[in-house]
Design a binder for this molecule. Structure first.
Ligand code: C5P
Length: 228
């Protein structure tokens, strides 16, 4: 049987990371892990429980009360995040969460909490994980690292179309501001900033269809699996 590998997909907000990661996982029979969902779920918990995230002790105590796990949903064909047994997959996509998540994801204790769980999920390999620091920090020895980029106007348009279906009163300006803010904060933070790993393959999908990008990535994955 072919050896399993770890595939990491990092890149800018709304560059299409999760679409590609899900397709690869499905095709290869691997587990898909959306690391951004973990930071979003922590943000939801902090907002709901009025946690003062500038207070280190309060953050540490709050993290002790958070349990995150991914459960596969047969209906959607994808794994969904649960926060203390509640399925929050839909709730965490709200713009209210997107507005705070980068600030919360820059906190050292929050990152340590998420990375510990990400490591556990990768122990058996056979995993596709997307995020910002997966190829640089979480799995620096991953067999295949992809760094996704796309023109910012294209990314804004894609995210707008996705959000509009859920919230028709959302404006394109709100989406643009949020993406720009997260891109800036994620790439300028002190701990684990978003950057391309030296050994990552850059995938610019500005003018690629979903299938074209999938076929490219799949061929890289097959090559790496074969060379194990
Ligand atoms: O991937 P997604 O856009 O859902 O991620 C939401 C936010 O979570 C990012 O903007 C970033 O602030 C944070 N994040 C992170 N490290 C990761 C994944 C996400 O800091 N590995």
């Amino acid at each position: 049987m072919a050896k399993k590998i770890i595939i990491t997909i990092d890149g800018w907000s709304s560059a299409g990371k999760s679409t590609l990661a899900k397709q690869l996982a499905r095709e290869l029979g691997y587990v898909y892990v959306d690391s951004g969902a973990m930071y979003r779920a922590v943000t939801l918990y902090f907002l709901r429980n009025h946690i003062d995230w500038t207070d280190k002790t309060e953050v540490q105590n709050a993290l002790k009360d958070i349990q995150l796990d991914f459960r596969f949903n047969e209906m959607s064909g994808s794994s969904e995040i649960h926060l203390n047994d509640e399925n929050v997959e839909y709730l965490i996509r709200d713009l209210v969460i997107a507005e705070k998540v980068s600030e919360i994801a820059s906190i050292k204790e929050v990152r340590a909490f998420a990375v510990t769980q990400q490591h556990k999920l990768g122990t058996k390999k056979g995993i596709v994980m997307d995020g910002r620091d997966i190829g640089t920090v979480v799995f620096p020895h991953a067999e295949l690292k992809i760094f996704m980029v796309a023109d910012s106007a294209v990314r804004v348009e894609r995210r707008f179309k996705e959000m509009y279906k859920k919230k028709p009163n959302v404006t394109i300006e709100e989406i643009r501001d949020n993406i720009q803010m997260r891109d800036y904060m994620d790439s300028h933070r002190e701990i684990s900033p978003l950057k391309k790993a030296d050994d990552a393959i850059e995938l610019d999908n500005t003018s690629l269809t979903e299938d074209e990008q999938f076929q490219k990535a799949l061929s890289w994955a097959k090559e790496r699996i074969k060379s194990q």
